[in-house]
Unconditional design. Structure first.
Length: 151
């Protein structure tokens, strides 16, 4: 079933990939409107923290606690520990995840803290990641903090 907000996150993922980065995208929706967009910019900016969700939240600027509590964060991939921490910090009540087969963040922990997770298992999100990882395994491992054995 089409979802315009997840489609927007996928568009962000493709923009990230087109600019030389990892194809993960995110949008923040409040009251049915996209208020911020972001994509993984770790490579492009030489950043240690600019995962798609962090970029999206940064692009949202300062929001009130009440706004965050009405928000839904969409991400093409299951958020990692860092991004999940931001969800908890700002008490974002719902996260829609494009896929969690490639990578699964602390989903059970988020649920235990009251965050509603919707896993869409969107094939397009999965395929973006699989294609990227096949071509760039070391960059992917760096992004998720995995040590690679030398070949």
């Amino acid at each position: 079933m089409p979802d315009k907000f997840l489609d927007a996150a996928i568009k962000e993922a493709r923009q990230g990939q087109d600019s030389g980065g990892i194809p993960i995208g995110s949008v923040l929706v409040i009251d049915g409107e996209i208020v911020a967009r972001g994509h993984n910019r770790r490579l492009q900016r030489g950043s240690s923290i600019l995962h798609a969700e962090m970029d999206c939240l940064e692009n949202a600027g300062r929001l009130s606690a009440a706004e965050y509590r009405r928000a839904v964060l969409y991400s093409t991939l299951s958020p990692c520990d860092m991004c999940s921490g931001a969800v908890l910090l700002y008490k974002i009540p719902k996260v829609v995840i494009g896929e969690n087969r490639t990578f699964q963040g602390p989903e059970e922990y988020l649920r235990s803290r009251g965050v509603e997770l919707v896993i869409t298992d969107r094939q397009e999100c999965y395929q973006l990641m699989q294609d990227f990882i096949r071509a760039n395994e070391s960059l992917w491992n760096e992004d998720i903090g995995v040590e690679c054995a030398e070949k």
